[in-house]
Design a protein around this ligand. Structure first.
Ligand code: PEP
Ligand code: MN
Length: 302
């Protein structure tokens, strides 16, 4: 498609409206991500998966371990988050770690453990795809495919998940602008997969008291720009568990459609991201506190 005003006018006219010239000019910013743009689709996208909903009044509470370390650890976490009222289970089997010497996940064995956790709890599963060669294995067990922050710019991976009939949770790269995130989402939607959830997970700044800096303004800005649901990952943004609840609250108050949060039965012994994982013992109270705010925002956990 071209980038002229005529093209934009034609696109908008297809949807039955007739915008003014100044309106068309303001649409220039959305030129590179038109399919995800609110200009062309004002109705919010709701993601429905395994009887759960996320978006437009339904708040997705996605929780689980950072990484599958063992059957016991994963099942204990899955049971705890299900009992506390989570809407989906998260957990990584193939991890894209910053250091090549860090624990890279249990791989295929991890996927089998996640499948067992899913069978037992009935929770839809969110797990990360780091390599197009693993698509078949991941698709078999995942209900939502996570594209991690490090892969947000991986156009080949984005195009691959664009061909799938599965929702995708797309995390913002630590140094990516919101426009770049929206363009990454556009790759997926352009491929035919419209079920994309955007995730703000903190960006790289000079501040050192948190692992990343949660860009809370990303939530209302993205909600203005796109019809896609927006969730927040307070765990990776904070990097410390004492800040996860305040950041999660900020996400709810800013209008997020959900959060994705890390939980572990014994965070101090975790093989990955221990300092930021909430203990399974504390997770019930965490959900109760958050749920009050979710209701205040006239939403419900989906
Ligand atoms: C994760 O959610 O497991 C993860 C690795 O996060 P990110 O891609 O945001 O660093
Ligand atoms: Mn993690």
């Amino acid at each position: 498609m071209g980038s002229s005003i005529e093209t934009r006018r034609a696109l908008v006219n297809e949807r039955g409206s007739s915008p003014s010239r100044s309106r068309l000019l303001t649409m220039a910013a959305t030129e590179e991500y038109r399919l995800v743009s609110r200009e062309l689709e004002p109705e919010p996208t709701v993601i429905e998966v395994g009887g759960r909903r996320l978006g437009d009044g339904y708040f997705g509470l996605i929780a689980g371990p950072c990484t599958v370390e063992s059957r016991e650890q994963t099942l204990a976490t899955a049971r705890a988050v299900a009992a506390a009222g989570a809407s989906m289970l998260r957990g990584g089997a193939f991890k894209a770690r910053t250091s090549p010497y860090a624990f890279q996940g249990l791989g295929r064995e991890g996927l089998e453990i996640l499948a067992a956790a899913k069978r037992e709890t009935g929770l839809p599963l969110v797990t990360e795809l780091i390599d197009p060669r693993l698509i078949d294995e991941i698709v078999e067990v995942a209900d939502v495919i996570q594209i991690g922050a490090r892969n947000m710019h991986n156009a080949i991976l984005l195009a691959e998940v664009g061909k799938l009939d599965k929702p995708v949770l797309l995390k913002r790269g630590p140094s990516a602008s919101l426009d770049e995130l929206l363009m990454a989402a556009e790759y997926i939607v352009k491929g035919g997969n419209g079920r994309v959830i955007l995730c703000e997970r903190g960006i790289r700044t000079f501040e050192r008291s948190t692992r990343y800096t949660l860009d809370i303004a990303a939530v209302p800005v993205l909600k203005q720009q796109t019809h896609l649901p927006v969730v927040v990952d307070p765990s990776h943004a904070a990097g410390r568990r004492d800040l996860v609840l305040p950041l999660a609250r900020a996400a709810v108050a800013a209008g997020a459609d959900g959060i994705i949060v890390e939980v572990h039965p014994d965070p101090d012994e975790a093989l990955c991201d221990g300092p930021q994982q909430i203990s399974t013992d504390d997770f019930g109270a965490f959900v109760r506190e958050l749920d009050e705010l979710v209701r205040l925002m006239k939403k419900q956990i989906g």
